[in-house]
Design a protein around this ligand. Structure first.
Ligand SMILES: [Zn+2]
Ligand SMILES: [Zn+2]
Length: 310
């Protein structure tokens, strides 16, 4: 999908709202998307008339206002990172962000307009909007340049991103593509690739035909087949694992965990570009190929961490 954000000079004004300082609409399609500063008595009916159906509140777990006729899509108290830095609990904050961005993108894809707000409309709001633009298919540089130009138009300095944390979150949501050797099976990942590791188990060795497989986790909602899914074959490598491969060329693309359908294991070697993560451990080293010596300093686990025989 190609995304065309509204250029800062064309930012649409909505009567009753101070545009673009307190309200800025960045997308028309697939549905309107806008950022705003904290809504003090906003004209919700006018916002609804401008094509918006949902509110994402980033300041409170329960919004201290009634946005009807709009509905609250998500409300979560994110840390205000004004002045830079990163949250005290980065994992929790990143998981909250993932939920909000996924919900926002799903809403936009279903044709419903979304307004996102925090206090000033720049930091937390900008992070959600930038991640949503990336998840919809914009390249990282395009997103960052666009956000900087919008915030310059809003009179915000020093522009955007305000922190490395924001920039890294955008990278999480940049769409990564991948596929098999013959090119018939293709997939897209529109969310963070996480928990990357080298797996030395005998199944991964056989499936990859190499010393180990480089695997990482992706949330199932962030993963989709975009071509050739009818060519996929599955092999039950164990009771709860399905190795999915291209029936034409044999590339081993993903592993499905029957006991964890919310997660897809992607083989990093089938991602086209940089996956944005680096493997940080070796697992099942007791099964490793005798001809292969691990020479890095990453932690090694005999089997899978948490599944050691007692
Ligand atoms: Zn293939
Ligand atoms: Zn394995």
């Amino acid at each position: 999908m190609s995304v065309e954000p509204i250029l800062p000079e064309a930012l649409r004004s909505v009567s009753g709202l101070d545009t673009p300082q307190r309200f800025y609409q960045v997308l028309r399609a697939p549905a309107p998307l806008a950022g705003m500063s904290f809504p003090n008595r906003p004209p919700w009916k006018l916002v609804a008339a401008a094509g918006f159906e949902s509110i994402v509140c980033l300041t409170d777990n329960i919004p201290p206002y009634d946005p009807s006729p709009l509905r609250v899509l998500r409300a979560a108290a994110f840390k205000d990172l004004v002045g830079g830095g990163q949250p005290e609990d980065p994992q929790r904050e990143a998981a909250m962000l993932r939920d909000v961005v996924q919900a926002t993108v799903a809403e936009l894809r279903s044709g419903k307009g979304v307004v996102v707000h925090c206090a000033g409309g720049t930091g937390r709001t900008g992070t959600v909007i930038a991640c949503a633009l990336a998840a919809l298919g914009m390249a990282q540089d395009e997103v960052l340049n666009y956000m900087a130009s919008v915030n310059t138009a809003r009179g915000k300095s020093p522009g955007w991103p305000e922190s490395e944390w924001q920039e890294r979150r955008v990278a999480d949501f940049v769409v990564k593509t991948g596929g098999c050797l013959c090119g018939a099976v293709r997939y897209e990942i529109s969310g963070p690739v996480r928990a990357a590791e080298y797996c030395h188990c005998s199944m991964c060795r056989k499936a990859s035909g190499s010393a180990f497989s480089s695997n990482a986790e992706v949330a199932a909602v962030d993963f989709r087949w975009v071509a050739g899914s009818e060519l996929l074959s599955e092999f039950a490598s164990s009771a709860q694992r399905r190795k999915c491969f291209c029936s034409t060329c044999g590339s081993h693309l993903v592993i499905r965990r029957l006991d964890d359908p919310g997660t897809i294991i992607v083989t990093l070697g089938t991602i086209d570009s940089d996956a944005g993560v680096r493997p940080n451990r070796h697992v099942f080293v007791d099964s490793r190929a005798t001809w292969f010596e691990i020479t890095d300093d990453l932690p090694q686990f005999h089997v899978y961490p948490g599944f050691e025989p007692s």
